[in-house]
Design a protein around this ligand. Structure first.
Ligand SMILES: *Cc1c(COP(=O)(O)O)cnc(C)c1O
Length: 393
């Protein structure tokens, strides 16, 4: 196997990706691409990035052999502990990268949107660290629902912009953040929260998340002397999954992305874009998209708010087309069961997003005894405790 990791010069991975934006924004996005390509080759930048990843984020995150779980389910289950990163998930990896890119380009502000607030908190953290202003766009409904994250972002010095149009949730927040960016791009950088959006963002976010797989492959080899049979990660926009998969693409290792089936297969009840989506354009790029028979966007739903995006990263669509990665689904109930199972069996409370990857790993383990599984534990579950408690209230 030898899979081309990079998009073509127009930002396409096979049929997907690209830049479906105005001509003037294209000029700016191409400036961002050029700045990024230069930065990657810059030795001082690499040293700075490594410095922050080591001393601020706490990398490398360990690969942990989950012995109790492994004995119970009859497979060797290893967890890549992104939950141990500063701020509690993998998102800090690309947030610091994007903030460093903004500084390199001479920008003074970062603009981002957030739904559940996880991307907002990671972005606000990186902005505080690197002395950048930070505007976070958030729907009015989400602001009411996600108070702990809203308060964190404020403590971190971010300016929260309350979005009151339409449904007052993530989609409107993206629209307004993008509109603001269109006016402010000379002084601001738009920081996208996953491997989505117009070229070059899927490539930029992928680059900064690839540290997960680079570490994990080496750590796994060190600990076991072989490669895993299977690498499993949850897929929302797809950044933690691409981050761990990349380094294994040319190995004889099965790669499985797990999408949220939510309440079921019906349109509007899930967020499984790769499984049920059709080709379409959203937020400036082409991907598999949840839409009805008229081509209208369908709301995405999952118990894990970090997974409920109606589109998905273009590279995942391509990897699905060529059959290199398999995409499976896990519903809310299975994810919740895995959440409790890891907490009780290993003393690790996972994020509900990561619980999807884990739930599939447990299903796979029951069906395929004796295999070595590497699961990307993308984040910790502290943020989900209030929700979990409300279920039992
Ligand atoms: C945001 C988030 C995700 C989903 O984003 P991807 O881009 O698909 O990785 C997964 N896990 C956690 C913990 C998150 O915060």
């Amino acid at each position: 196997m030898n899979i081309d990791l990079n998009p073509d010069k127009n930002g396409f991975f096979g049929n997907y990706g690209g830049q479906f934006i105005s001509e003037s924004l294209k000029v700016e996005f191409n400036n961002i691409a050029n700045a990024f390509y230069e930065l990657k080759e810059d030795k001082t930048f690499q040293e700075t990035l490594n410095y922050y990843l080591t001393y601020y984020v706490g990398r490398p995150s360990p690969v942990y052999y989950a012995k109790n779980l492994s004995e119970k389910y009859g497979c060797e289950i290893y967890l890549k502990r992104e939950d141990l990163n500063h701020t509690g998930a993998h998102k800090i990896n690309h947030s610091i990268g994007e903030a460093l890119l903004a500084k390199k380009m001479g920008k003074t502000k970062i603009i981002a949107e957030t739904g559940a607030g996880q991307h907002g908190v990671a972005t606000a953290t990186a902005a505080a660290l690197l002395g950048l202003k930070c505007d976070i766009y958030m729907g009015e409904k989400d602001i009411l629902k996600q108070q702990p994250n809203v308060q964190k972002m404020k403590l971190l010095g971010a300016n929260i912009v309350c979005v009151k149009s339409g449904e007052r949730t993530l989609k409107e927040a993206v629209d307004e953040a993008f509109a603001a960016y269109t006016k402010e791009y000379e002084t601001a950088l738009y920081a996208i929260g996953s491997v989505v959006g117009p070229h070059p963002f899927p490539e930029i976010v992928e680059y900064f998340q690839s540290v997960i797989g680079k570490e994990a492959r080496e750590q796994f080899l060190d600990q076991t002397g072989v490669l895993p049979d299977c690498v499993i990660a949850c897929v929302g926009g797809g950044s933690n999954a691409i981050g761990i998969f990349n380094e294994f693409l040319n190995d004889d290792v099965k790669l499985i992305g797990v999408e949220p089936l939510g309440k079921g297969e019906k349109l509007g009840d899930n967020a499984a874009s790769l499984t049920y989506g059709k080709e379409g354009i959203l937020h400036g790029f082409k991907c598999l998209l949840l839409q009805d028979e008229n081509g209208d966007l369908v709301n995405a739903y999952s118990v894990a708010s970090g997974l409920d995006y109606p589109g998905v990263g273009p590279k995942h669509c391509y990897l699905k087309d060529i059959g290199r990665v398999h995409y499976e689904t896990v519903n809310d109930e299975e994810a919740l069961n895995a959440f409790y199972e890891l907490s009780k069996t290993e003393g690790i409370i996972p994020a509900l997003e990561s619980s999807h990857a884990l739930a599939f790993a447990l299903r796979f383990a029951k069906a395929n005894g004796g295999k070595k599984l590497l699961v990307n534990l993308s984040g910790r579950g502290d943020k989900d405790i209030d929700y979990i408690l409300s279920l039992n209230a």
